[in-house]
Design a protein around this ligand. Structure first.
Ligand SMILES: [Zn+2]
Length: 85
């Protein structure tokens, strides 16, 4: 029955090796994203200040008026401003 023991050992070692490779692969994927795909480093968003309440927020989420940028259309209206044509 020595052969069976050796076979069991080889299977156990193989499984352990597979498990190690599997976990290492997942770890590598988590730390370094693949290049060229959707996983890009987050770009710093340009921030701007609301003319009415001075809150800082991403410029892309703001509404613009004649006098400046606002955090919302309500603040643009509260500041007595209108949407630029
Ligand atoms: Zn505001």
């Amino acid at each position: 029955m020595v052969l069976a023991k050796i076979l069991l050992l080889v299977v156990a070692l193989g499984f352990g090796y597979w498990l190690w490779r599997h976990r290492a692969g997942r770890h590598r994927q988590a730390t370094t994203p693949p290049t060229g795909t959707a996983a890009k480093p987050p770009q710093p968003q340009p921030m701007a200040r609301c003319t009415h309440c001075d809150v800082h927020m991403p410029r892309a989420d703001m509404v613009s008026g004649h006098l400046g940028l606002y955090c919302s259309a309500a603040h643009r209206q509260a500041h007595g401003d209108q949407a630029p044509r």
